[in-house]
Design a protein around this ligand. Structure first.
Ligand SMILES: [Fe+2]
Length: 206
């Protein structure tokens, strides 16, 4: 596509977003499944429903310029989803993995926010008021999702930090448990011997 008018650039970006949203429709259920925190799962499920509306809004926007809804492979979204998928397949502490999934999801949201902010402005400049409104609505939802992820990121990162410190405490607890058991074992060994001494002593006195 030759980018010689604002309309062609507008269409080019709409196609990118249309494809990006459709990729997300497939990725979000996997992210929801891979998340451990119920709040994070719910956030992804909610965003999946919103994403379906984002696709429908884009279809309306294409209609306003008399174009058929069509995507163009969004390589950026493909890469972002791949990075998210790598985190989902890693071993580790649940809350650390959750924090990693949130980072990946926020990168996705920021990409979409940049795209929607631009096409919303292009729609305004081209006098496509209805489309500008629809695109603004989606932009607001992407932004709200990002805010939700901000909050979840703080709690998840905090939990990860707590977990990071736990192995040490766990080791100390384990060490004192072993020490207690060892002391109990030794005193059980000593016990009868000590107990037999007075008996022997008493026998010897007799
Ligand atoms: Fe979206």
């Amino acid at each position: 596509m030759k980018l010689d008018t604002l309309k062609t650039l507008y269409m080019n970006e709409l196609r990118d977003l249309y494809n990006a949203e459709n990729q997300l429709l497939k990725a979000l259920p996997k992210m929801a499944k891979g998340a451990s925190s119920e709040e994070l799962k719910n956030a992804f499920q909610k965003h999946l429903e919103q994403t379906k509306s984002h696709v429908e809004r884009l279809e309306e926007v294409f209609e306003e310029i008399g174009e058929k809804p069509k995507g163009k492979t969004c390589r950026a979204m493909k890469g972002l989803i791949e990075e998210g998928s790598e985190i989902l397949h890693q071993d580790g502490e649940d809350s650390v993995i959750d924090a990693g999934i949130i980072v990946a999801a926020q990168k996705v949201e920021h990409y979409e926010m940049a795209g929607y902010g631009s096409v919303r402005t292009f729609a305004q400049l081209l006098g496509k008021d209805r489309s500008a409104e629809l695109l603004q609505t989606t932009l607001d939802e992407e932004s709200e999702t990002n805010e939700t992820l901000n909050q979840l990121r703080s709690s998840s990162a905090l939990q990860s930090e707590t977990l990071r410190k736990q192995p040490k405490r766990h080791d100390e607890r384990e060490r004192s448990r072993i020490c207690r058991n060892e002391r109990a074992r030794l005193s059980a060994k000593k016990g009868p011997r000590l107990a037999s001494k007075p008996d022997n002593a008493s026998h010897s006195r007799n």
